[in-house]
Design a binder for this molecule. Structure first.
Ligand code: AMP
Ligand code: MG
Length: 337
């Protein structure tokens, strides 16, 4: 079984090729970069994806050493995401399905983050039957765990996603995009983290007060390094606390850290320390598989297909839809049932 997967929920476009044994043969990416100082315009990101996707598919096939007629399955991100971007990926996937007469697997983007994380953990010899996942990216901040046959959100941000908060702070103080890695670098030079508001409501977090206070501290002359360290110490401790709460409630066997922000060493360290104290394993998904990517869609597509949830080519025109607000608990995951 060889599956090609297309990821296009936001500003990143990804095409991955994965085998039925979970071997990642290719995981190619192209990123839409908005003009300096402005945010992401969905229609411009979608135009970028439409322009890039033919080349990216060719590159992935070449990298994998696979001919189009060797593909058995095509998978795409059905949602959640930005409508115009989702439609580009779905259209490309439908075209591949119809041209090659192969089934099409719709994938929930958030489920895919967890599944590729579990595959990555398994590759390291870890086996989390029931993990708690902290998924932290530009657009998402969620604590996800399996309950009653579905992945469910046990905690989340009530306002800004963590990556968005880091990038916004960075932009406002004149650091380059993406801001997360810049903040991490500066934080290492701090003498003392600035004290900032810590806001946890039960299993949820909120970052807008922290962002406002961090910007104010900087404007009032606090060294940028200290503010960056303060942001990291405070925000990551909040995330670690809600992850721990879910892991304890659910009696999880392990903790998975994924999403683009998982690249942060300090966050990873806090999550691993928490897991150690609980006596469970933790796994930080490596950046290539933690950020949005096509391999995670291809791998989850294989699971979807093996469990009879893919779409036959003849049904593609009416069944292959996208859903901007496709919630993780709406996605069936019978392989975990
Ligand atoms: P994603 O949306 O999953 O592609 O992740 C992108 C987000 O990850 C952006 O908000 C980046 O600022 C953030 N990010 C990437 N590397 C780091 C890092 N080392 N520390 C903190 N945030 C990071
Ligand atoms: Mg993502």
């Amino acid at each position: 079984m060889i599956c090609i997967g297309i990821e296009s929920t936001a500003e990143k476009l990804g095409v991955g090729i994965v085998t039925g044994d979970g071997e990642v043969l290719a995981n190619e990416k192209a990123q839409y970069v908005p003009p300096p100082g402005s945010g992401i315009h969905p229609s411009e990101a979608a135009e970028h994806h439409a322009r890039e996707i033919p080349d990216l598919v060719d590159r992935a096939l070449e990298k994998a050493g696979v001919e189009p007629d060797e593909l058995d399955l095509v998978a795409y991100s059905k949602g959640p995401g930005l409508g115009p971007c989702l439609r580009v990926g779905a259209t490309a996937a439908r075209t591949i399905s119809l041209a090659l007469r192969i089934p099409l697997a719709p994938v929930n983007h958030c489920v895919a983050h967890v599944e590729i994380g579990l595959l990555s953990a398994e590759r390291e010899g870890l086996d989390f039957g029931y993990p708690t996942t902290l998924y932290v990216s530009g657009g998402n901040t969620q604590v996800i765990a399996l309950k009653e046959g579905r992945y469910r959100v046990f905690g989340e941000t009530l306002d800004l996603p963590i990556g968005n908060m880091l990038d916004t702070f960075a932009r406002k103080v004149g650091l380059p995009h993406p801001g997360g890695p810049e903040i991490e670098k500066l934080a290492r030079e701090a003498d003392e983290p600035t004290e900032l508001p810590y806001t946890v409501h039960g299993t949820d977090v909120s970052f807008s007060g922290l962002l406002t206070a961090a910007l104010r501290a900087y404007e009032e002359g606090e060294p940028l390094e200290n503010v960056c360290a303060g942001i990291q110490e405070t925000a990551f401790a909040m995330l670690t606390e809600i992850t721990e709460r879910a892991a304890a409630q659910l009696n999880s066997d392990g903790v998975l850290l994924t999403g683009g922000v998982a690249a942060n060493r300090r966050l990873s360290e806090m999550i691993h320390t928490m897991a150690e104290e609980r006596g469970v394993e933790a796994h930080t998904v490596p950046p290539d598989l933690a950020g949005d990517n096509g391999a995670m869609i291809a791998w989850t597509g294989i699971l979807v297909h093996e469990h009879g949830l893919s779409i036959r080519p003849e049904d593609v025109p009416k069944e292959a839809t996208v859903e901007q607000k496709y919630r993780i608990d709406e996605a069936p995951v019978p392989w975990r049932g």
